[in-house]
Unconditional design. Sequence first.
Length: 326
Amino acid sequence: MKSPARFAALPDLSGRSRTGQNDRSSYNGVMHLSTLHFGPRRFLHEEEERIRTQVYRHIRVRPVSPSIGAEVEGVDLGRLDDDSFREIRRAHLDFKVLFFRDQDISTAAQLAFAARFGELEEHPFLPANPDAAEVVRFAKDDQVVGVENTWHSDVSWREIPSLGSVLRAVQVPDVGGDTLFSDMVAAYQGLPDEVKKEIENWRAVHDFSHSFGVGMSPDTLAAQREKYPPVEHPVVRTHPETGQKILYVNAIFTSHIVGLPRDESDRWLDFLFRQSHFPEYQCRFQWRPGSVAFWDNRSVQHYASSDYWPKTRVMDRATIIGDRPA
Ligand SMILES: O=C(O)CCC(=O)C(=O)O
Ligand SMILES: [Fe+2]
């Protein structure tokens, strides 16, 4: 059964009846809000102002975009005093992803840093660093290609997904292999009011099968699905620490919206996934050996550009367990 009311809340192809918090010019004669997107995203300014009033005394923080991402200077992640740690924690919530350069740290030090934020997970499907089960190793070369180039939030298919990931560059190409991050608080804010209202209480199913499950034998897939059954999370979650609303569906792991006919769910997800694509909500990190990125999996999605084949790129990730999305 189709629901005309729900379809009506999707951006209208005529562009005639758009209202909402974006500039009218964004809609004037525009075919489709999600692909054509004129004019300023004014709400970013408010977030920028809020973030910029924060004072840091023990670390230096250099924003790389108005709402998402900052380079943190003046710290050695291998020996972090408590004051710097507290400020990094605060900056992580404010900027959503932090970047650190020239961190000559061991795997043990990377794990120790990540573990200050919470318990670490072991990934059941991805290969681990030979020295540490809690470190996922992404080792790419001419034979093993980079496939993390779809917008996603790590392990959203878990009942308790991730708070954040700490990714360290072990070996990177001289150019290429950047990682992009998208602010899903901004993506939520940018939605038309009618869409926000429509999706407010929706839940969506997240499932590893369409990504990690591809290539598994039917028996293995069935056994893994027993262990990690599809889970439901709210489409709009509230950040447990900042209280901000977040658009929490992603193209790798979200399979469908609960209670909608499949074609309707597909249309909605296609529209909602595309909200992460706007450059205004993004920042992009160019890695160097020793660079570290620490992102909040609750409030950002990321995309590893797979533009460097056949070069070698080796990255180590520690993943912090978060809480049940609500
Ligand atoms: O290799 C990267 O830059 C990121 C890969 C990824 O998706 C991750 O570390 O979670
Ligand atoms: Fe990822």
